[in-house]
Design a protein around this ligand. Structure first.
Ligand code: DGJ
Length: 692
């Protein structure tokens, strides 16, 4: 048995799997902190299995319907005869402590499945995926093809944390208790979507601040993550593609690599799990983490589609005065784009809006010391555009069926090579022709029609779209290394680990209303690192949450990741501009700590205590952003003892000094907490502590 057992080692965790004597599957032995495997397996099952099979109870890593006929399988394959029940015979394994390949084959069809594992450098995240190869001479239909299953011991019941949402209310963190049965989140939209985040966390109900396991997916199409707890106390989380358009075909000789499903472990609850994901996403960002994500101004909320050189320059002048570093012209700069009914597809500058020429306009922005940024939505097309007139067959469509418009637009079939070439050529051309240092890539509709014009056989539309999207992002990053790319999909509709690896920042929501935004960012930071969190200060009351909060609150909130401004600053008075300039200057001093520091989420948006602590990698600087979540006036607001914000991860005997000269011991900050005294006028704070 020992020669069929392998242990992968992360920074603080280990993950051990084994092939049992019978060789029919790979199963988990232990997953947790270093040394967790030294003792009886917490997930092994040796009890009776009445009315079920052994595989239904076992902590199987990747099951076919032959292995788990009743409890649910990751892979269901159908032969042309309609026969199912592909099953595995173990063949071989290779690997070391950082990566592993375990090969199984099906004795009837010859189907080969390689289970792949990798632990990214310095992280506690196990990447898992499966590679399928059909060496036989018949086409196999994949009715179900998830990437991996993760097994977690939850003897006292499982507490599942997940994030739901809708447009303008993304990343709502919520929890359900799972006794027995199944809890599923996913998307059938051809995009991760606003409804759920491809992220899930599991804890045992008896210990919510202790061990926490997380699963997230690197797939920018339709997906599903399901948690199932059995009567033996095992919670099994399956993650992968959701084949919303029907089975995939694996022709003779065909190969299919399923997307990475990542598993994270922390013994510090959900908060610790967030840090594990942050470390991993920093690893995904690689050397691009070092790029300065500029303090930007974005014109969308100020001018909407009514973009013109005069109003953009007016905004840019003020933006430069208060300290912004980039100016992004959002939607509305190209021909035919006066509202959301036209223009998409015809990516030519509207000269009427830029009468002196676009490059002259950009040069004026650059002369103000600002990087120039531009919005695009290259996968979409307006029915009234020239592009659609010339290539009506380029959009997704089911022949003979009506097409569904969402936001008055259609979706290009990016899986077609000529469409991919057009999309890449459009964006690449803009970046080559103009002095652009920042790109906001938007996507404002899901895919509705599961069909390709003239296709003779079923096509993996989702797979082809996602593959080309990723390829184009990679190509653009390679060819234009200095351009920062922001991913957006009508807010946070396209946030997954694959995008975290390819975009520099993500726009999480169109909702910038202060208290709503606080909840959105709280959820976002549980799954995503602060360097990805794009956030703007907008006018109050704005388009969304009208509950009043100060300008300070809105700045401190937008500083929790990558600061931006979206307000109509042409109308700000001198006092507001001066205050903004002060906040922006302070942000520039602390952004390194915010974007790369160790995060502790203190309390939450629904609690009196609500703050985020960022500790610099060397521990010498601690930044705390804190917000008042309660009422700003009325009874109950008589001055009282200050609220306390307990900090984490500090040296108990170390002394920390604030910018005002107040000193605290690490013990005090940990056991008692940093004081915050809220009033109607003082509803947020940025505190910087330096270790003496
Ligand atoms: C949706 C985005 O989320 C907004 O920020 C803005 O770019 C609009 N699209 C433009 O149409």
């Amino acid at each position: 048995m020992s020669n069929r057992q392998w242990t992968l080692r992360g920074a603080h965790t280990e993950y051990t799997v084994a092939v049992p004597e019978h060789g029919r599957w790979l199963e988990l032995v232990a997953w947790g902190p270093h040394g967790v495997g030294e003792g009886p397996s917490p997930v092994a099952y040796t009890g009776p299995t009445p009315f079920l099979t052994a595989g239904d109870y076992a902590p199987v890593e990747y099951a076919t319907d032959a292995v788990r006929p009743f409890a649910g399988a990751e892979l269901v394959v159908e032969l042309p005869t309609g026969d199912r029940r592909v099953s595995w015979d173990f063949q071989e394994a290779t690997g070391d402590e950082r990566q592993l390949r375990v090969l199984f084959t099906d004795p009837v069809t010859g189907l080969r499945a390689e289970h792949r594992y990798r632990i990214a450098d310095g992280t506690d995240v196990v990447e898992r995926w499966t590679e399928l190869h059909n060496p036989g001479d018949t086409t196999l239909r994949l009715v179900q093809a998830a990437s991996a299953a993760f097994n977690m011991p939850t003897p006292h019941g499982a507490r599942i944390s997940y994030q739901w949402g809708q447009w303008a209310q993304e990343f709502q963190l919520d929890h359900v208790d799972l006794g027995q049965g199944r809890f599923t989140v996913g998307s059938a939209q051809g995009v991760p979507g606003h409804l759920f985040v491809p992220w899930l966390a599991v804890r045992d109900r008896a210990d919510e601040t202790g061990p926490a396991w997380g699963v997230a997916l690197a797939w920018t199409g339709s997906w599903e993550i399901a948690a199932q707890r059995d009567t033996g106390g095992l919670t099994r989380v399956t993650a992968g593609r959701h084949l919303a358009d029907g089975p995939l075909e694996l022709p003779p000789g065909g190969k299919l690599t399923l997307p990475v499903a990542a598993g994270a472990y922390s013994d510090e609850g959900l908060d610790g799990l967030a840090r594990v994901w942050h470390t991993y996403q920093r690893e995904l960002a690689g050397d691009r983490l070092g790029r300065i994500r500029p303090v930007l101004y974005n014109s969308w909320e100020a001018t909407g589609f009514a973009v013109d050189a005069a109003n953009q320059l007016a905004l840019a002048r003020t933006a430069a005065d208060i300290g912004a570093e980039a100016f992004v012209v959002d939607d509305g700069w190209f021909i035919g784009r006066h509202d959301d009914r036209g223009g998409l597809g015809d990516w030519t500058v509207d000269e009427a809006k830029f009468p002196d020429g676009f490059d002259t306009f950009i040069a004026e922005i650059r002369a103000m010391g600002l990087t120039f940024g531009l919005w695009v939505e290259p996968e979409c097309v307006s029915p009234a555009s020239r592009l659609y007139a010339e290539h009506p067959d380029w959009v997704y469509a089911v022949d003979g069926r009506p097409q569904t418009l969402v936001r008055n637009q259609l979706l290009l079939d990016l899986g077609r090579p000529e469409v991919a070439e057009f999309v890449h050529g459009t964006v690449d051309g803009l970046l080559r022709r103009h002095d652009i240092g920042y790109l906001k890539w938007d996507f404002n509709r899901p895919r509705t029609e599961p069909g390709r014009h003239g296709a003779a056989a079923p096509v993996d539309l989702d797979g082809a779209h996602v593959a080309n999207l990723h390829r184009i992002y990679e190509q653009l990053r390679h060819d234009h290394p200095d351009v920062i790319i922001e991913a957006c999909a009508g807010g946070g509709g396209r946030t997954d680990l694959a995008m975290a690896a390819r975009a520099d920042v993500v726009w999480p929501s169109d909702n910038t209303g202060p208290l709503d935004r606080l909840a959105i960012q709280h959820g976002f930071l549980h799954a995503n690192a602060p360097h990805l969190l794009s956030s703007w200060v907008t006018d109050a009351p704005g388009l969304f949450d009208p509950r009043p909060r100060s300008l300070a609150f809105r700045f401190v909130l937008a500083m929790a990741g990558v600061l931006g401004i979206g307000a109509d600053i042409r109308h700000w008075d001198e006092g507001q501009r001066a205050e903004a300039a002060t906040w922006i200057a302070r942000y520039k001093q602390i952004r390194d700590v915010v974007q790369r520091g160790e995060v502790h989420l203190i309390g939450g948006p629904d609690r009196a205590r609500c703050a985020v602590q960022y500790t610099a990698p060397d521990g010498a600087t601690v930044v705390v952003l804190a917000w008042h979540t309660g009422k700003l006036d009325g009874p109950g607001l008589l001055p009282s003892r200050p609220l306390r914000l307990p900090l984490r991860g500090l040296g108990r005997r170390d002394v920390y000094r604030t910018q005002d000269g107040q000193e605290y011991s690490g013990s005090h900050l940990t056991a008692v907490g940093l004081p915050a005294q809220w009033t109607a006028e003082h509803d947020a704070e940025l505190i910087v502590l330096h270790r003496r």
